[in-house]
Design a protein around this ligand. Structure first.
Ligand SMILES: NC(=O)C1=CN([C@@H]2O[C@H](COP(=O)(O)OP(=O)(O)OC[C@H]3O[C@@H](n4cnc5c(N)ncnc54)[C@H](O)[C@@H]3O)[C@@H](O)[C@H]2O)C=CC1
Ligand SMILES: O=C(O)C(=O)Cc1ccc(O)cc1
Length: 364
């Protein structure tokens, strides 16, 4: 029997094993996650067959996939090199950086074990096993690093992950880190710094931030991403990102100077050239970002309010993907963000919550 060991049952890991399960129903899937709730959810929903408490249990696997934050992936590759793994095991990861990951895999490769670095270019700012979905990666690019298309192990890995319906792209780790540094890591830094600067700007008038319109929200969506994951990414791609931040600062300085000098020609061409490039990007759903449906409601200031809301949804068999308490500050109401996978669930939730006197603030 083919056995797959997956470490990290979050958004990416659980989405991958959902796809593996659908394509290869006879494969045994063993999952490991530091979060016990993620393991029990994955077991309950038959996403995995067995929960492992330790990386040692990867010794029985034919495929090992590492889907934790990059720092943990690097650590685990070093640990795996010390384990008695199957000779023909194929190890891969999904980490957002590749040069350091590849370096950490050298001891394994020296032992003749196959490691192929991977990185699906799809995902979301949502995290966790409940946000995972089988179609998360459809039509997205999936990088495979330092391998060749006719390498039998590469073909086996692609076959394992066929149901993800990705577009495979083979690339060197250096090229990969530069590319994703510019189109993924730098944008996350910019989104978060813009949110922080706005927060500082409105320090004395907290309502200001809530006036934000669509533009602010679309450019800052990814600032809601997981800080643990993004700290690990920046640490692992630091040189490249620092260089790209410097180039970005120069771009800001150029437009600042043009504004100071009232240089209308420069200001116009700044916007014109950005528009021309952005228009060529195509529709918003590049990389098939998942559709999630959010509902924002007031949380009444009383004990058990959140439990009451989740109970109400469960009673009505409304499937909730994520629940997030937005910052509660003096003179601002508490707000609860409820996320659903399907529009029907959101519609039902809105109806039931309104019937039970909850105030729905907005949908997103
Ligand atoms: N979120 C995204 O859009 C994308 C993320 N990635 C990469 O995929 C990896 C996973 O990210 P997500 O699935 O989004 O994050 P996630 O937060 O949804 O899932 C990570 C999972 O790993 C578990 N975990 C963390 N440390 C662990 C440890 N020491 N031992 C066992 N389990 C541990 C967490 O409990 C969680 O369930 C990261 O390396 C990230 O850079 C790659 C492409 C897209
Ligand atoms: O939510 C988004 O727009 C993302 O950018 C998702 C993402 C996050 C990390 C990656 O390494 C790749 C894709």
């Amino acid at each position: 029997m083919t056995t797959v060991f997956i470490k990290g049952l979050g958004l990416i890991g659980s989405s991958l094993v959902r796809a593996i399960r659908a394509q290869h129903p006879t494969f045994k899937i063993i999952g490991n996650d530091i979060d016990e709730k993620a393991c029990s959810y994955a077991l309950e929903h038959k996403i995995i067959d067995q929960a492992a408490t330790d990386l040692d249990e990867a010794a029985a696997a034919d495929f090992i996939i590492l889907a934790t934050p990059v720092s943990t992936i690097i650590n685990d590759l070093q640990q795996l090199a010390k384990l008695p793994l199957k000779k023909k095991v194929i190890i891969s990861d999904v980490g957002s950086t590749k040069q350091e990951v590849l370096k950490a895999a050298i001891p394994l490769q020296k032992k003749g074990i196959t490691f192929i670095g991977g990185h699906p270019m799809a995902g979301s700012h949502k995290t966790g096993v409940t946000a995972g979905r089988i179609d998360l990666f459809e039509n997205a690019f999936y990088f495979l690093v330092e391998t060749e298309s006719n390498n039998p192990a590469c073909l086996q890995l692609q076959n394992l992950l066929q149901r993800t319906r990705v577009k495979w792209l083979l690339i060197s780790s250096k090229e990969h880190d530069q590319l994703v540094g510019q189109i993924s890591h730098l944008p996350h830094v910019i989104a978060s710094s813009l949110v922080n600067q706005t927060q500082h700007f409105f320090e004395d008038s907290p309502l200001g931030m809530r006036m934000a319109a669509g533009g602010f929200k679309s450019i800052t969506r990814i600032a809601s991403s997981d800080p643990v994951m993004w700290s690990a990414i920046l640490q692992s791609n630091s040189k490249i990102i620092v260089h790209q931040i410097e180039q970005y600062i120069r771009e800001l300085e150029n437009i600042k100077r043009a504004i100071e000098n009232n240089d209308q020609t420069r200001i116009f061409s700044f916007f014109e050239s950005a528009k021309n490039s952005r228009d060529q990007l195509g529709p918003e759903k590049v990389g098939q970002l998942p559709d999630f449906f959010d509902l924002f409601i007031n949380i009444p200031d009383q004990v058990g309010a959140i439990a009451d809301i989740t109970h109400l949804l469960a009673l009505n068999q409304i499937n909730l993907v994520n629940i997030h308490i937005l910052e509660i500050r003096e003179d601002i109401d508490g707000v609860l963000q409820l996320t659903f996978m399907r529009e029907e669930d959101r519609v039902q939730a809105e109806k039931k919550l309104s019937q039970n006197n909850y105030v729905v603030l907005r949908r997103d």
